[in-house]
Design a protein around this ligand. Structure first.
Ligand code: F6R
Length: 244
């Protein structure tokens, strides 16, 4: 793992956006694996600015998002489909037909997940997979467990994830209890992983990911075994890590 120290959230966002834009410049028709949540918003905003200046072009890029809540339609403002359009896709020149998010509106979990796996495999897996990290070490919605997951599957969200995500809903009861998520194995197939973290709430998870044992009780710890994984984290998120 390569750990890049950022000063704060905006420095982390700019560094992450630099790495993503380098990928798009090096391979204009690349496949990006993307994440939602609060952490990547600053990187998306930076990429939008560079797109507007003409510095980066998304015309040939295709994307596969990590996850989606089960039971939300694509135009539900709480859905990750909506989030991606609102925070990124509607502001750049990407072809929406080349953007993919698991289909949370399909109640048939088995069909929705196997179809998504088929599509990600057919695309050859991401050249670069952007990840955030949960306070409990989850990646995608792969929650702490007694085994690492494989392909896209339906998960029951943990109470701590429901609570963390409730800030984006009117009430905690409104947070969906299940989600479809790419599995850990699928995430590991990406040729490069870029995982970003900001703030004190992530400090223990970042320490466990980078320096703890590789264990499914901290799903992000598997990234220690990836041959091309870059962590970009700010001072607060790195505050429990040994000084290097
Ligand atoms: C989002 C995702 C999640 C988030 C994680 C951190 O697509 O897969 O794993 O990356 O929950 O969320 P934030 O960035 O909101 O702290």
């Amino acid at each position: 793992m390569k750990i890049i120290h950022a000063k704060d959230y905006s420095d982390m966002s700019r560094k992450a956006a630099n790495i993503i834009s380098a990928q798009v410049i090096l391979k204009p028709d690349c496949v990006l694996g993307l994440a939602t949540g609060s952490t990547p918003i600053g990187a998306y905003q930076q990429l939008i600015k560079w797109y507007e200046k003409g510095d980066v072009d998304f015309e040939q890029v295709s994307t596969y998002n990590l996850d989606e809540y089960r039971g939300l339609s694509h135009d539900d403002p709480q859905s990750y489909h909506f989030f991606m359009r609102d925070n990124f896709f509607d502001h750049i020149n990407i072809d929406l037909a080349n953007t993919h998010v698991p289909d949370g509106s399909n109640p048939d979990a088995e069909a929705a997940c196997s179809e998504y796996d088929r599509m990600v495999a057919a695309a050859g897996y991401p050249d670069l997979q952007l990840l955030g990290i949960g306070n409990n070490g989850h990646i995608g919605f792969n929650e702490p467990d007694d085994h690492f997951s494989a392909g896209t599957h339906c998960v029951d969200l943990t109470e701590s994830t429901i609570e963390a995500n409730s800030r984006l809903f009117d009430k905690a009861e409104d947070v969906p209890r299940q989600a479809y998520t790419m599995g850990t194995q699928t995430i590991m197939y990406a040729r490069m992983i870029l995982i970003i973290a900001s703030g004190k709430a992530k400090a223990q998870a970042v320490r466990d990911m980078c320096y703890g044992p590789v264990t499914p009780t901290c799903p992000a710890s598997i990234l220690q075994l990836h041959t091309n994984c870059v962590v970009v984290a700010d001072e607060e998120a790195l505050s429990l890590c040994p000084a290097e």
